[in-house]
Design a protein around this ligand. Structure first.
Ligand code: MG
Length: 441
């Protein structure tokens, strides 16, 4: 069937019939040559010591490829297997322009779904297809998503310290570098604190099979954290926006108490006062205080975030976008949030590749309900391995106008930084209470 006949089908209202046509005929309708997936490859690299997983989708057009982030650093090799052994054969020959269809069909291709390994594998492919679509259209991905709502995305810096004064000094350093938003964490003396190394936290030693750690007792922390923010407000004033991550480690009554005690210090947000297994409890906190709540970096499944957003129980959604399957589902989460007053704060630690950061940034620029972006910057090796890394200046992340996601990967250089092998003690699950009970996380 030629292009003219197809256009006739359109005007006759038989679009449904056209939708059944082979990919070659469909693309002819758009006046574009057919573009299919020729190969799907995984590149594992660790230029900054953290395992990154990047998927490269090659197309039938010579030289046209896309990159996507599939980084689940704790299970990097499992994601690589999911891509190579399962998604690759499923996707070769498929229409590279049908991003949504590829996502939906991959989603059910293993029957069991919504798990972090498959979601990350799908994210690698999904972002790569958006990258390809942008390159093909000669547009940055944020343009495909509707264009810029803002010029750049404000980023928050991380500041920590062994005591209040050291935290204040580090927040001030970040402010002097242009950051207007800073996350502050202080060590609980003698304890293994999240986000700040204290006197009692022992760093891991090479060759150790079990990392000796200090214990963690949440009651001490819950009493200490409000005093930190009282100190910071007294030292730094009201202008800087302060953030804090509880990292789940407290009970529900402690979380409620902490959120209330922090109210006077006007946090930009308090993150993860509860673990994802207790999302219903956000309602209890919500009814009692006005501290803005952020959560979601551990979410994999829509059943985790849809109720929190649609019931207006949180203020910021912190999803790690490769963990829910990539840019396609994340833009739907952003759109859902817009209608319920929930702003985006995509998770952006060191275990997101620059390709993933570029995807975060595309959403930050194009979504009206952007809140804040986490990014701690890129090391020199990372910037060399990934030419086109987003730029961070004046406390914000900036995108260029290169087509696609704008980030490339030097595979030869990446091979010089192989992903480190897995050790027994380099994941989570090692922090325990004084009596030996493991905590989350
Ligand atoms: Mg966090």
């Amino acid at each position: 069937m030629n292009r003219r006949t197809l256009l006739k089908a359109f005007s006759a209202g038989t679009l449904g019939a056209a939708a059944q046509l082979p990919a070659r005929a469909q693309t002819a309708l758009r006046g574009l040559p057919p573009l299919t997936v020729r190969d799907v490859r995984v590149i594992l690299t660790a230029p900054n010591g953290i395992r990154l997983v990047v998927v490269k989708v090659e197309t039938s057009e010579p030289g046209l490829y896309g990159l996507g982030c599939a980084t689940f650093t704790q299970r990097a090799f499992a994601v690589a297997t999911a891509v190579q052994e399962y998604l690759r054969p499923f996707l070769i020959g498929k229409d590279a322009g049908r991003i949504e269809d590829v996502w939906q069909s991959s989603f059910v291709s293993s029957y069991w779904r919504n798990g972090p390994v498959l979601n990350n594998a799908m994210s690698g492919v999904d972002m790569a297809l958006w990258d390809i679509q942008g390159k093909r259209a000669n547009m940055p991905v944020y343009q495909l998503l509707g264009g810029k709502c803002r010029e750049s995305a404000d980023v928050y810096a991380h500041a920590s310290g062994r005591d209040f004064q050291e935290v204040a000094d580090n927040v001030r350093k970040a402010m002097e570098q242009g950051y207007r938003y800073v996350r502050a964490q202080v060590a609980v003396p003698g304890q293994s604190t999240y986000g700040a190394r204290g006197a009692g936290a022992t760093p891991s030693q090479p060759g150790q099979s079990a990392r000796p750690r200090a214990a963690w007792e949440p009651a001490t922390y819950v009493r200490l954290a409000p005093k930190l923010f009282e100190f910071l407000r007294a030292k730094l004033g009201e202008e800087v926006e302060l953030l804090h991550d509880v990292h789940e480690r407290v009970t529900l009554p402690q979380a409620v108490r902490l959120c209330k005690d922090l109210e006077p210090y006007r946090l930009f947000f308090l993150e993860d006062p509860l673990p994802p297994e207790e999302i219903d409890h956000f309602r209890i906190i919500r009814q009692q205080c006005s501290t803005p709540l952020a959560t979601g970096e551990l979410f994999n499944n829509p059943h985790e975030f849809v109720p929190l957003i649609s019931n207006r129980l949180i203020d910021f959604i912190r999803i790690h976008i490769s963990q829910i399957g990539g840019l396609s589902p994340a833009r739907k989460v952003a759109a859902l949030g817009e209608y319920f007053g929930v702003r985006t704060a995509w998770h952006g630690p060191g275990d997101v590749s620059p390709v993933g950061h570029a995807a975060n940034l595309a959403l930050d620029l194009a979504c009206y309900n952007f809140g804040i972006q986490e990014c701690t910057g890129f090391g020199a090796n990372t910037r060399e391995v990934f030419p086109g890394c987003p730029e961070i200046r004046d406390g914000a992340m900036w995108a260029g106008d290169a087509p696609g996601l704008g980030v490339d990967l030097d595979e030869k250089l990446a091979a010089k930084f192989p992903a480190p092998p897995v050790r027994g003690d380099d994941g989570w699950g090692s922090t325990r209470r004084r009596d030996g009970t493991v905590i989350r996380p």
